[in-house]
Design a protein around this ligand. Structure first.
Ligand SMILES: [Zn+2]
Length: 77
């Protein structure tokens, strides 16, 4: 059995604030990143140029987020 079903990757809870609210955010139809609405942290941007690349970019963005490649929002204190 070789099912090629792609399951959506799981987005891990935010490493900065530990809330499980992060989601994929698309930027003007050319790049995607994972964004945490609670603290404003985000993964690196992954750009794409087609529908096929879009899925790949989404997976990459989630991978980056899950690996902890997160850009934390800098806030004035
Ligand atoms: Zn957060």
């Amino acid at each position: 059995m070789d099912h090629a079903i792609k399951l959506p990757k799981e987005i891990m809870p935010c490493r900065v604030c530990h809330e499980d609210l992060a989601y994929l955010e698309h930027e003007n139809g050319w790049c995607v990143y994972v964004y945490c609405p609670n603290c404003g942290s985000q993964s690196a941007f992954c750009s794409y140029e087609s529908e096929e690349e879009k899925e790949d970019a989404e997976n990459r963005a989630i991978d980056l987020w899950n690996m902890g490649k997160v850009i934390a929002e800098r806030r004035g204190e």
